[in-house]
Structure formats: C-alpha cells, structure tokens
Design a protein around this ligand. Structure first.
Ligand SMILES: NC(=O)c1ccc[n+]([C@@H]2O[C@H](COP(=O)([O-])OP(=O)(O)OC[C@H]3O[C@@H](n4cnc5c(N)ncnc54)[C@H](OP(=O)(O)O)[C@@H]3O)[C@@H](O)[C@H]2O)c1
Length: 424
C-alpha cells in the first residue's frame, strides 16, 4: 500500500476483494469488485506540530473579611508548535476579573456540560511565533462569612508538558484612610502603649475593620471583655453545650467579662447562674438575665474534695484559682468549663477525678494572641447574631482624668461592668 494511503481512516468498506487489487483514482479495482475508501482528511490538511508548553503559576491570595482576592502570574514557555489557544483548568469557587499579557488576543471562560471550567487564552496569528508568554490574571472569591479554612481557586494548564506553581496566602485587612477599626490584644497594652491615646500606630496585622453591625461606641463597650466572653460561649457551644443541657454558671459575674457573658448567655436562651462577691450587685445581674445569684463564698468551699455535687451543664470562669476547680468538680456529666481569667489566682488544687469519672472538659480561652481572622469572625458574630441590646446598661463613662481611679477599682476587684474612656 502506498505510504500516503496508510494514514487514511476507512469509513465504509464495500465488497472486500480476495485478490490483490490495484488502485486507480482512490478506488481499488480488480476482478472481484471495487473497494471504496472514504477518508476524513481534515487532520491532514495542515502539517502542524503538536503544541507543547511548560507552565509556571505564582498564586497570591489576599484574605479579607468579605472576599479572597487572587492574583496569578502565569508564565508559559512554548517548547514546540504555535498555540492559537491554550485552555487552563479553573477549579474551586471564584470568578476571573481580568487577564492581561503582551501578545494576548483575548480570553474567555468556557464551561463544559460536566461542570468543568476553563480559562481560554487566545493568541493572534503572527509571522514570528512566540516562545514565551506572561499573563497576569486577577480573580475574586466572594465570602458570606470568613471561613476557618478555604479551598482556593486554582488555575492549572489543561495539557502541560511541565507545570509548577506556588500559592501564597496573606490575611490582610483592606483598609482605607478614615476607616473605623478595632484593635485589641497582641502587644497593645503590654509593651505597646497607646490604648488610651487618640492616635496610635500599630501593625496592620492587629487591625480589624469595624463590623457594620456595631458602632465604634458599641465595639468599645464590648472591648476585649466582650470578645473574650464571646469566645468562651463559642468554645462551650463547640463542646456541645445547648440551652437544653441545664444551668450555666458565670464566675466573677459582675466584672467586665462576667457581665457580658451573663448577658450573652441569657440572650441565647441559657439558664444563667451568676456568681459574685458583691451581694449588692444581684439586681444588676438579674437585669442582665441571670436567673440565680450564687455567692462567691459558696464556690470557695470544697477544695479538699475530689468531686462536688453535679450542678452546672457549663461554666464561664473568669476568676481561676480554687474556684475554677471547684466549678470543674460541680460540672454535670460531660459538661464543660471555659477558663479565661485569674482574679482569684493562677494555681489551683486539682485531680483527674472530674475528668475520668464525669468526662468533663476544661477549655482554655485566649483573646489576645489568637489569629486575626478568628478575632474578626467573633467580632462579626457579636455584631450580628449575638448582638446585645443591653450594652449601655453595662458601662460607666469616665474621662482620661478619672481613669486612674477606675483602674484602682479594677485592681481592688471592685469593678462592675465596663468602663468606657472618653478621649475628647
Ligand atoms: N484569656 C484572655 O484572653 C483574657 C481576656 C480578658 C480578660 N482576661 C482575664 O479575665 C479576668 C476577668 O477580666 P475582667 O475584665 O472581667 O476583670 P474585672 O472587670 O476586673 O472583673 C473581675 C471580677 O472578678 C471578681 N473577683 C475580683 N477579685 C476576686 C477574687 N479575689 N476572687 C474571686 N473573684 C474575684 C469580681 O467579680 P464578682 O465580685 O462579681 O465576683 C470582679 O469584678 C481577668 O483575670 C483578666 O486578666 C483574660
């Protein structure tokens, strides 16, 4: 058979011959009848080389509260052939906003019936074929709320000869001049002064844009205390606490963290017991939503015992010391205590008994060093589904001149609710 015929694809065969036929004008002729070959010549019209290319992608993701902003720098090295178009597989959630690159004709998104998505880059026909192409692709993934983990949008060549890439993720608050912001924790108030100043300079990585659902005043009525109370309640709920589980105790209830924890738990439908050393604050705590008041002295008894009567389905402990472990010993089977403070002391006498006999949990809460994205999502929660209506009733307002006296109150353990400092 002639070499040119070997590459034809027979589509229909009629009356195959048994003796060696001859070919004339595309038809086999012989003494047993014709053999007709019809062929698809499309693939043979141009003698094109297969396009081979190597791809490198640098992918940067900026995570803000409402979106992930992607920037891809895409480098194609054409190893063989002249590409007219190159498809890149798009996976994950997100939309391409812009593609730029010298020598690019245009681009489009192609969605196939099986859901596969491609970014298709098209190139003009040129006299001098290109060997390298660099494009910048920007994309956005809208977020309803800041997720704990993300599966990022990815862009990868559909048929690469070689491919490598890397992804860099940064959580950066997108801030503009004049934006209202919240800064709590990290080094502020520790080695970085300025919490009571009108102007301060702090790293951007400490800054959260004020959520739309909270005014600046409301944000500072909550402050670090509100953030910490929210984190305690969140941890308890993550450990399985629900309002149906039974009463929840708050220790140091008249203080900043305690009073907001009482108000928050009550607003979420919990049966709240408030422990306080200030008998005169019972009415204040009931107004915040506490159903029972537990004298602090009651929680100071029983340190010598391994277990105490089961009372609480959960607890927010702001005081630490032996009170904390007495609370742990009073948890109902499977209950949890969130521990965040130390006004009663750092250390406590304890044993494994409540853990191994009642399966209870002691949960640590830190609102200072935890990642900014987690802080931001708690501020969002406090501004929306956990927004408190009773904040004004929690606070006393002082001027900068009155501040030292208020700090004395805090140090003496006599603080009730929150103190809001007026800086003007
Ligand atoms: N983990 C974190 O990230 C984090 C964040 C913020 C605060 N904290 C800590 O949490 C604790 C509470 O903070 P806060 O802002 O609520 O303080 P606060 O406003 O001063 O309140 C503390 C409350 O503890 C009670 N108390 C005082 N002295 C006590 C003692 N000797 N024994 C037992 N209870 C005593 C008092 O409430 P009653 O009179 O009603 O009992 C007092 O109002 C502090 O230790 C603080 O350092 C931790």
């Amino acid at each position: 058979m002639p070499a040119s015929i070997r590459s034809l694809r027979p589509l229909r065969q009629v009356a195959p011959t048994r003796v060696a036929p001859e070919m004339m004008n595309g038809q086999w002729v012989g003494n047993s009848g014709p053999l007709v070959i019809e062929a698809d010549l499309k693939g043979l019209r141009e003698d094109k080389e297969k396009v081979l290319y190597a791809t490198a992608v640098q992918h940067s993701i900026r995570a803000t509260q409402d979106k992930l902003s992607h920037s891809f720098v895409l480098k194609l090295d054409i190893l063989q052939g002249e590409p007219k178009e190159i498809p890149l597989t798009l996976s994950g959630a997100g939309e391409i906003r812009q593609v730029t690159g010298a020598g690019l004709l245009d681009w489009s998104i192609r969605q196939e019936t099986n859901g596969a998505r491609f970014l298709v880059l098209r190139f003009p026909k040129t006299d001098k074929p290109f060997t390298q192409f660099v494009a910048t692709v920007t994309a956005e993934t809208e977020l309803k709320e800041l997720p704990a983990t993300v599966t990022p949008l990815t862009l990868a060549p559909a048929q690469p000869a070689l491919f490598h890439g890397y992804v860099k993720v940064e959580a950066v608050p997108e801030l503009a001049v004049g934006d209202e912001v919240i800064v709590t924790g990290y080094d502020l108030g520790m080695n970085t002064a300025g919490g009571f100043a009108q102007y301060i300079r702090v790293p951007a990585a400490w800054v959260i844009r004020r959520p739309a659902g909270l005014s600046l005043r409301e944000a500072m009525l909550l402050g670090t205390a509100g953030l910490t109370a929210g984190l305690c309640v969140d941890k308890l709920e993550q450990a399985g606490l629900t309002p149906a589980a039974g009463p929840v105790l708050v220790t140091g209830a008249s203080g900043g963290v305690g009073s907001i924890a009482v108000a928050l738990l009550a607003s979420l439908g919990y049966d709240v017991a408030a422990s306080t050393g200030k008998a005169e604050q019972g009415e204040f705590l009931r107004q915040l939503g506490a159903r029972q008041i537990v004298p602090r002295s009651e929680l100071q008894e029983g340190s010598e015992k391994a277990l105490l009567k089961e009372r609480w389905a959960g607890a927010v402990d702001t005081v630490g010391g032996d009170i904390l472990f007495n609370v742990v010993k009073s948890l109902r089977y499977g209950g949890s205590a969130a521990c965040c403070g130390l006004t009663a002391g750092m250390g406590f006498k304890g044993s494994v008994a409540p853990f191994i006999l009642r399966g209870v949990n002691l949960l640590g809460v830190d609102s200072v060093e935890l990642p900014l994205v987690v802080k931001a999502s708690m501020w969002d929660k406090l501004s929306l589904q956990w927004k408190l209506g009773s904040l004004e009733s929690l606070a006393e307002e002082v001027t900068l001149e009155q501040l030292p006296a208020a700090i004395e109150q805090i140090l003496a353990g006599r603080m009730v609710g929150r103190v809001l400092v007026r800086l003007d």
